[in-house]
Design a protein around this ligand. Structure first.
Ligand code: GLA
Length: 376
C-alpha cells in the first residue's frame, strides 16, 4: 500500500511527501456507552488508512483517493466545503483544527486504506485521525494534544458528516498501542491500557458484508432516546442512572426509550465485570458478557439484523466463548472470543452456513491489536 501511495503521489504532484497512518478499531465490550458517559474497551487494529501528504504553498487542498479513484480540490474556508462525502472528512478535520486555533495551509495528498468500509471497524475515524495527526505534525509542531486530535475527528463527524457519534472510534484510532486494549471512562476521559494476549483464546471478526441502512439517522435516534431519559431523570448522562431509577420513571417514558436506557445501564455494568474478569484471566466470564451484550443490542437497543443474529447463533452452537455484534450496528461484523483450538472449525462452519443461507460468504479477519496514529 505504501509503495502504491508514493507512486501515485509522484504521478500527480511534484513535492516530496511525508507518510502518515491511522488505524481502524475493535471494541471488546461497551457499545453505545460512549455518548452516555460510560466505559468502552477498544483497541486499534492492523487495518489502517495511510496518506502521503506535502504542503503545496497555496491555500488549496488537493486530495486523491486511490480506493475511490477520485481527486477533489477544496479551499480552507467554511464555504469551500466539498460535496463528496469522503472529502468532507478531510475538509472537516482541517476546519476543526483551524477552529481550535491550529494552523492549516494548502497541501497535496494521496491516500488509501484497507479498513473495510461499513464493517463497523471505523474506517472514517481512521481517515480523520490520519489527517488530524498529519496536520498537527506538519503545521503545528505537534502542539495539539493527542486526545484533542480524537475530538477533532469526533467534531468532524458531528459538524460535517451528520453523525452524532461518541469519542470511542477516534480515541482508539489515535491512541491505540500494539498488543493493548484500552479502557476509557467517557465521562472523566481517564483511560488505562490493558495488555491483551490470552494464551488460549483469540479474537476473530466475522464480517457479514451487509449494511442495511446508513447508520446515521437510526444511530442519532438511539442517542436522542438516551438523552431524553437522562433529562427525565434530571442527570447529565445515563452513566448516573441505575435500574431502580429507571423503573421509577418507567410509566412516564415510552417503551422504546425504556428499552434503550435499560441496555445502556446494563452495558455499563458489563464493561466493569469484564475488566475484573480480565484481571483474573477469566475468559469464560468475558465471553458470557459478550453474549449478553449481543442480546441487549439485538432485543433492547435494536441495532442488530438477521444476518448478525444468525452469526451469533452459529457461534453459540459451535461453542465459541463469546460473540456479539460490534460497533454502531445495522450490519458489519461480529467480534468473537474463540479458543484457539476451535477457531478453524468455527470460521469454516460460520462461512459455510452463512453462505448457504445468504448466498455470499462472510469475511473473516483475525484481530491483530496494533498502533494507532503515527508518522511512518
Ligand atoms: C459508532 C460510533 C461510536 C460508538 C459506537 C457504538 O462506532 O462512532 O462513537 O457510539 O458506534 O458503541
Amino acid at each position: 500500500m505504501k509503495e502504491q501511495i508514493l507512486s501515485e503521489f509522484g504521478k500527480r504532484f511534484s513535492e516530496s511527501p511525508v507518510l502518515y497512518a491511522s488505524a481502524g478499531r475493535i471494541n471488546l465490550i461497551g457499545e453505545h456507552t460512549d455518548y452516555n458517559g460510560g466505559f468502552v474497551f477498544p483497541g486499534a487494529i492492523d487495518k489502517a488508512i495511510m496518506a502521503a501528504i506535502a504542503p503545496n504553498d497555496s491555500d488549496r487542498v488537493n486530495v486523491f483517493s486511490i480506493d475511490i479513484d477520485e481527486e477533489v480540490s477544496f479551499g480552507l474556508r467554511e464555504e469551500d466545503a466539498p460535496t463528496q462525502s469522503w472529502a468532507r472528512y478531510i475538509f472537516g478535520v482541517c476546519r476543526e483544527v483551524q477552529k481550535r486555533g491550529g494552523v492549516v495551509k494548502g497541501f497535496n495528498a494521496v491516500f488509501a486504506g484497507n479498513v473495510p468500509l461499513g464493517a463497523g471497524l471505523s474506517s472514517s475515524a481512521a481517515l480523520e485521525s490520519c489527517f488530524a495527526y498529519a496536520l498537527n505534525d506538519l503545521y503545528n509542531e505537534n502542539r495539539i494534544d493527542k486526545f484533542e486530535l480524537a475530538r477533532i475527528g469526533q467534531s468532524t463527524e458531528h459538524n460535517y458528516c451528520g453523525v452524532n457519534c461518541g469519542i470511542m472510534d477516534q480515541f482508539a484510532s489515535v491512541m491505540g498501542q500494539k498488543g493493548k486494549l484500552m479502557r476509557l471512562d467517557c465521562r472523566s476521559m481517564e483511560f488505562e491500557y490493558f495488555p491483551f494476549a490470552p494464551e488460549e483464546y483469540e479474537l476473530v471478526l466475522i464480517d457479514s458484508r451487509v449494511k442495511h441502512e446508513l447508520a446515521d439517522s437510526p444511530y442519532n435516534k438511539r442517542r436522542q432516546s438516551c438523552e431524553r431519559v437522562a433529562a427525565r431523570l434530571g442527570i447529565e448522562t445515563l452513566r448516573d442512572a441505575d435500574m431502580e431509577k429507571l423503573e421509577a420513571i418507567r410509566d412516564e417514558i415510552s417503551a422504546e426509550d425504556y428499552s434503550r436506557a435499560k441496555f445502556v445501564i446494563e452495558e455499563k455494568e458489563r464493561v466493569l465485570a469484564v475488566c475484573e474478569a480480565l484481571n483474573r484471566d477469566d475468559y469464560e466470564t468475558v465471553g458470557k458478557k459478550m453474549y449478553e451484550t449481543h442480546q441487549g443490542l439485538s432485543k433492547d437497543y435494536e441495532v442488530s439484523c438477521e444476518e448478525l443474529d444468525f452469526l451469533n447463533d452459529v457461534a453459540k452452537e459451535c461453542g465459541v466463548t463469546g460473540s456479539r455484534i460490534m460497533g454502531g450496528g445495522f450490519g458489519g461484523c461480529t467480534i468473537n472470543l474463540v479458543r484457539k483450538d476451535l477457531t478453524e472449525r468455527f470460521t469454516a462452519t460460520a462461512t459455510e452456513r452463512f453462505n448457504a443461507r445468504y448466498g455470499h460468504k462472510p469475511q473473516i479477519y483475525p484481530v491483530v491489536i496494533s498502533d494507532g496514529a503515527r508518522k511512518l
